[in-house]
Design a protein around this ligand. Structure first.
Ligand code: SF4
Length: 235
């Protein structure tokens, strides 16, 4: 009986005979030459349908198993991480590069995150999203790690997911001032998750350990109220 072929990014379809493949298109940003090539390859290898996916990819359906290797060789692109326990997709909105409502550069930050983390193996699947404003077109509230642009910088959410047991993400930290600071916090979240010893999805792990505990483990103890209002420390 045929099965998915994760190493080739090939997902067995409902007919139990043919496969879907979807090249990695970071953030869904592409160009006409890439799309022409994709169409040529789809025609040559008998794709029965093309589908724009929720992960901002283009899937080719109905590919025969014997055509998977030559298709990838001709396409010369990496498969999108659509299955398996890894960082799946980084959903990215157009942000200040294109969108008139954008207030932060979600495209630049999202593509950096994609280069660092796409397909990285983790204890469970992980999705990320980066939105350039609080309208949140990249759906950060249902991502394991969601980054949202605000007038004061970036707000970072953790633990959201859609699926059969949907969960809205918790805000981890607000007013993060730079891309580098966001990347440093994401690195801490990823390291913490890898070392957690848990195979649960991030949101379930947060529920188990408690958000405040997780926040302290990721960011350190909260600042004391006196420090926050600038009162002198006791002598
Ligand atoms: S989240 Fe904001 S910046 Fe991004 S596409 Fe939507 S409206 Fe535009």
């Amino acid at each position: 009986m045929k099965k998915d072929i994760p190493s080739k990014g090939a997902i067995l379809q409902r007919d139990r005979e043919t496969y879907a493949v979807a090249p990695h298109i970071p953030g869904g940003f592409t160009d006409t030459a890439t799309l022409r090539k994709l169409c040529d390859v789809a025609d040559k290898y008998g794709a029965r349908a093309l589908k724009l996916t929720s992960a901002q990819r283009i899937a080719l359906f109905g590919i025969e198993e014997a055509n998977i290797d030559p298709l990838w060789a001709e396409l010369a692109q990496q498969p999108g991480a659509a299955i398996g326990l890894c960082v799946r997709s980084i959903k990215i909105c157009p942000g200040t590069t294109w969108c008139k409502r954008g207030i932060q550069d979600s495209a630049a930050l999202g593509l950096k995150i994609d280069r660092l983390y796409h397909a990285m193996e983790l204890p469970n699947k992980m999705k990320m999203g980066v939105s350039g404003c609080m309208l949140s077109c990249a759906e950060v509230a249902v991502k394991d790690i969601g980054i949202m642009g605000t007038p004061k910088g970036w707000r970072i959410y953790i633990g959201g997911n859609a699926g059969a047991r949907p969960r809205l993400a918790d805000m981890l930290v607000d007013n993060v001032g730079s891309d580098d600071e966001v990347l440093a916090i994401i690195a801490r979240i990823i390291d913490w998750y890898k070392q957690s010893g848990s195979e649960q999805r991030l949101g379930r792990l947060i529920e188990q350990r408690g958000l405040e505990q997780v926040r302290e483990e990721l960011l350190g103890p909260p600042a004391s109220p006196s420090a926050a209002v600038g009162e002198p420390a006791p002598a």
